[in-house]
Design a protein around this ligand. Structure first.
Ligand SMILES: [Mn+2]
Length: 430
């Protein structure tokens, strides 16, 4: 057995409106395919969101076509059979109803890939393909119907696989509960996957852009490129699966750097320039062939009108220092967030007051100040669960998970060795 499993390439995404970023996403996709070729895999699996949009433009189509046709040409010149590229539709590359065909279907009709398209017409009809010693089932993005479909999918696989003994791969596009930095509707808890545990050897997931895995059978490599700064610091890669197991492979991509500084003690615009100067100079330049993308967040209380700040000038300082492809500097005024006025309590609900007091405590304590929002919402939630008489072990487990997440985030932030930790809360996930 020998295959690679990746997802969320998002070809066609023009991040920051930069052509270079448009090219980066394709370069990374190509590197993934090349890895497969060089490792002589039996097949290449893409667990959805090959494309950024349903209605991609011609250059994006060409990027995909070129990479896939080159793979075929190279297989031919090596005298080996073409390596099948097996794909499902993610939420980003579903066809519009009116278009009927997705771009993935077009590429399939051209013999560039094999699109696994399970159809649901009253009953689910699973699509699969046999390659090497594997049987690969695929179900495209189901959205809110994912959870209820899982037992049906498991039942069908069991029926189809009767008397067949193959290594069974199932590829789907959904996120697992508590893996995203934010709370996302329609996430799947691990317990819901248990019917699949019986009949699937390898569950190849896509959708969330961070790497995670469960119990040596559920794998999500994430997007290889950094799709948004909310993903900063997340582990990302694809899996190379052989008889000895699934190994996470990472690829070199354009570096991102996230910096921050507290502006509360800055009195004038020129002092602000000096602060930015000292922040960028205390950072080591980025060691990469690709020029980096750097984001600097200046947070706290700005003591003079924002219009006096020359953001272009500050951006230029960052750009010069790091030789950036793109530098972003922005100001995040957080002063109000930390201030509690007694008069504010009038007219507030009990829950709001509780949240406010908790927040005050957390800020005074200092250790989890930057995570105050999360700690408050988790504490309030824990109380609600207790009132609902949820088993205390369950509540503790849930709080522990949240705590571990904060600890992990804290550790990452420290590793980045930033002067001040950003006051970012849970971010959004695509
Ligand atoms: Mn997706």
């Amino acid at each position: 057995m020998n295959f690679i499993h990746g997802s969320d390439f998002h070809l066609g995404y023009v991040q920051y409106g930069l052509h270079e970023r448009f090219v980066d996403f394709a370069t990374t996709f190509k590197a993934f395919i090349t890895y497969g070729l060089e490792n002589n895999v039996d097949f290449i699996l893409i667990a959805g969101d090959l494309f950024e949009k349903r209605n991609i433009n011609a250059p994006t189509y060409l990027q995909a076509y070129k990479v896939l046709s080159q793979l075929q040409d190279e297989c031919k010149s090596l005298g080996r059979a073409p390596i099948p590229v097996i794909v499902i539709e993610g939420n980003h590359d579903l066809a519009y109803q009116r278009d009927r065909n997705s771009w993935l279907q077009i590429l399939e009709s051209q013999g560039m890939l094999r699109l696994l398209k399970s159809t649901e017409n009253n009953s689910l009809k699973l699509d699969y393909v046999d390659v090497g010693d594997c049987r690969v089932f695929g179900v495209g993005y189901l959205g809110a119907a994912t959870m209820q479909s899982i037992p049906l999918i498991a039942g069908d696989i069991q029926k189809i696989n009767q008397d067949v003994d193959r290594f069974t791969v199932l590829t789907m596009h959904f996120g697992m509960e508590e893996q995203a930095r934010s709370v996302v509707a329609g996430e799947i808890p691990y317990s819901a996957l248990l019917p699949l545990r019986e009949c699937v050897d390898y569950l190849a997931l896509g959708h969330y852009h961070n790497q995670y895995e469960y119990d040596h059978w559920v794998y999500n490599g994430g997007s290889l490129e950094l799709f948004s700064l909310n993903e900063y610091g997340l582990k990302k890669g694809f899996y190379h699966v052989t008889d000895s197991g699934a190994e996470l492979v990472t690829l070199p991509t354009r570096p991102f750097k996230r910096l921050s500084g507290n502006i509360s003690s800055v009195k004038t615009p020129s002092e602000l320039s000096l602060l930015v100067q000292s922040i960028v100079e205390s950072e080591t330049p980025v060691d990469s062939k690709l020029s980096p993308i750097v984001e600097l967040t200046l947070w706290g209380n700005l003591n003079f009108p924002k219009k006096d700040v020359s953001l272009p000038e500050l951006r230029e300082m960052v750009r010069k220092r790091f030789g950036c492809l793109y530098a972003d500097v922005h100001i995040k005024q957080t002063n109000d967030y930390y201030t509690i006025h007694e008069s504010d309590i009038i007219g507030m609900s009990r829950e709001q007051i509780e949240a406010k007091i908790l927040r005050e405590q957390i800020i005074q304590d200092g250790r989890y100040k930057v995570y105050a929002k999360q700690v408050v919402s988790d504490t309030v939630e824990a109380k609600k669960l207790a009132l609902q008489r949820i088993n205390e072990k369950e509540i503790i487990r849930w709080l522990k998970q949240s705590f571990d997440q904060i600890q992990l985030h804290k550790k990452h932030a420290q590793e980045e060795n930033n002067a001040g930790v950003l006051p970012f809360m849970r971010g959004d996930v695509t």
